[in-house]
Design a binder for this molecule. Structure first.
Ligand code: ATP
Length: 278
């Protein structure tokens, strides 16, 4: 079976430090600290409206969200890209699987791929062979315009497009949203579960604790635009009520008290409240 191999050139670390961002002068993200070491998969876990997309877009440099302060560093802290335009970040190896597909409706599936820099290079880990194995429906529809694909096929195209860019840092915003169960399962098994083994650095946003548990090396919980907890996958609560409490905005009336094993210390208690230090 074709697969990505561990290629050191694909590794790019990410560090976000003291990041605040929002829209039209308002603030959605408050003082976010995040570290994704090269070659690891970090999950951003949060309920609807928690700010996951805003953070992913701010890192990619796309969309309407504006950074107010803080830094976005690549190469494990050496390059501050927070002032860079999106295309320069993309050239550095940052690729995005956006929420809601965002494929080009009038381009065919094949045209999406031929536009990608380096996609046809035989040495690339994600190749035409890989694509045919993981997403056979796309291969059958190479001449179809994206607007005539089903929602699930468009999502497959969005994922394939990002991977065929041979990303060094992959940002995925709810990548299995809207996929039928068999296709979602295939994406999990053949793409998401393999990212860490393939040496890809990835930041994946999802509201799904089960997905987080399966694919993550580390998990950061975002609640109302703030980091409220950090877990390793084994310490993520399995009890649904506890998990709901971890994802809910903390108020004085409803303040979760669960402790979590942090990623910085194996047994240090972490209050699941806003302002958890990184
Ligand atoms: P979901 O899981 O529902 O996609 P999310 O965690 O990705 O949610 P965001 O989409 O980042 O959350 O939204 C966070 C907050 O930012 C929300 O309160 C939302 O209303 C606000 N927001 C998002 N996009 C804009 C925009 N273009 N203009 C103004 N506010 C926005």
């Amino acid at each position: 079976m074709p697969t990505g191999q561990s290629v050191s050139t694909r590794r790019l670390g990410l560090r976000v430090a003291g990041l605040s961002a929002g829209y039209h002068g308002g603030t959605v993200l408050h003082d976010i600290d995040l570290h994704v070491p090269a070659g690891t998969v970090h999950v951003l876990l949060g309920a609807n409206g928690a700010g996951k997309t805003t953070l992913i877009h701010t890192i990619a440099g796309i969309g309407l969200a504006r950074r107010h302060r803080g830094r976005i560093l690549l190469d494990d802290t050496t390059r501050d890209v927070s002032g860079w335009p999106a295309h320069r970040r993309a050239r550095a190896g940052v690729a995005l699987v956006p929420q809601g597909r965002r494929v080009f409706g009038t381009l065919t599936v094949a045209e999406h791929f031929t536009l990608l820099p380096g996609a046809a290079h035989p040495a690339n880990a994600w190749s035409g062979d890989w694509l045919a194995y993981v997403f056979p429906p796309l291969i059958r529809r190479l001449d179809t315009q994206a607007r005539h694909l089903s929602g699930g096929e468009q999502q497959m195209l969005a994922i394939a497009r990002a991977l065929l860019c041979q990303p060094r840092l992959l940002l995925l915003d709810e990548p299995t949203e809207g996929l039928s169960p068999p296709i979602a399962q295939r994406v999990r098994q053949e793409v998401l579960d393999r990212l860490a083994a393939d040496g890809v650095t990835a930041l994946l946003a999802t509201p799904d604790p089960d997905l987080a548990r399966t694919v993550a090396s580390h998990i950061t919980v975002l609640t109302a635009g703030r980091v409220t907890a950090r877990f390793d996958p084994t310490s993520l609560p399995t009890d649904p009520a506890q998990m709901l409490a971890a994802l809910a905005p903390a108020t004085s009336a409803h303040r979760p008290t669960t402790t979590a094993r942090t990623t910085t210390g194996p047994t240090a208690p972490t209050d699941l409240n806003p302002g958890v230090p990184r």
